[in-house]
Design a binder for this molecule. Structure first.
Ligand code: DAT
Ligand code: MG
Length: 149
C-alpha cells in the first residue's frame, strides 16, 4: 500500500476558516484524500493522541486547545507523504516556519499552530489506527498517471 499520513486541522484552523485552503494545498500537490471526518474529541482521546508528550509542561494547555472545538481529521496518501506533509505544514514553532508553509503563512504562536501532521511512518500508522479504526476509504484518482511516473 502507498504511504499514508494523518493530518488534523486543529480548532483554530477550523474557527479561522482555513479548512478549504489547507485541504487544497494537499490536493493540488498530488496527494490523495483517503479519510476525512469533522468531530469534537474527548479529553481522554486527545490525551491518547498526544500521549508521547504527556510529561511536557505544555501538555495540559495542548489538550485544552485540541478539545476546544471541532477538528478536521484526515488520511492523505502518496509517495513520501509523511515527510512531504511535514514540509507543507512547516516547523512546529510558527516563528521558525518558512513562508509558503501552512504554519509560516497562517500562524504566529506555537500553541495556535493550526495543524497536526504525523512525524514518521510509524506514528502515522498509529495515529491512523486511533482516528480511523474503520480504515481508509478505497478509491484511486483518475489523475494518478499524470502525477506519478
Ligand atoms: P508537531 O506538531 O510539529 O509535530 P510536537 O509533536 O513536538 O510538534 O508537539 C505537538 C504540539 O505541541 C505542537 O504542534 C504544539 C505544541 N508544542 C510543542 N512544543 C511546545 C512548546 N515548547 N510550547 C508550547 N507548545 C508546544
Ligand atoms: Mg508531533
Amino acid at each position: 500500500m502507498a504511504e499514508q499520513t494523518f493530518i488534523m486541522i486543529k480548532p483554530d484552523g477550523v474557527q479561522r476558516g482555513l479548512v478549504g485552503e489547507i485541504i487544497s494545498r494537499f490536493e493540488k500537490k498530488g496527494f490523495y484524500l483517503k479519510g476525512l471526518k469533522f468531530l469534537n474529541v474527548e479529553r481522554a482521546f486527545a490525551e491518547k493522541h498526544y500521549a508521547d508528550l504527556s510529561a511536557k509542561p505544555f501538555f495540559g494547555g495542548l489538550v485544552e486547545y485540541i478539545v476546544s472545538g471541532p477538528v478536521v481529521a484526515m488520511i492523505w496518501e502518496g509517495k513520501n507523504v509523511v515527510l512531504t506533509g511535514r514540509k507543507i505544514i512547516g516547523a512546529t514553532n510558527p516563528a521558525q516556519s518558512e513562508p509558503g508553509t501552512i504554519r509560516g503563512d497562517f500562524a504566529v504562536e506555537i500553541g495556535r499552530n493550526v495543524i497536526h501532521g504525523s512525524d514518521s511512518v510509524d506514528s502515522a500508522n498509529k495515529e491512523i489506527a486511533l482516528w480511523f479504526p474503520e480504515g481508509p476509504a478505497n478509491w484511486q484518482s483518475s489523475q494518478h498517471k499524470w502525477i506519478y511516473e
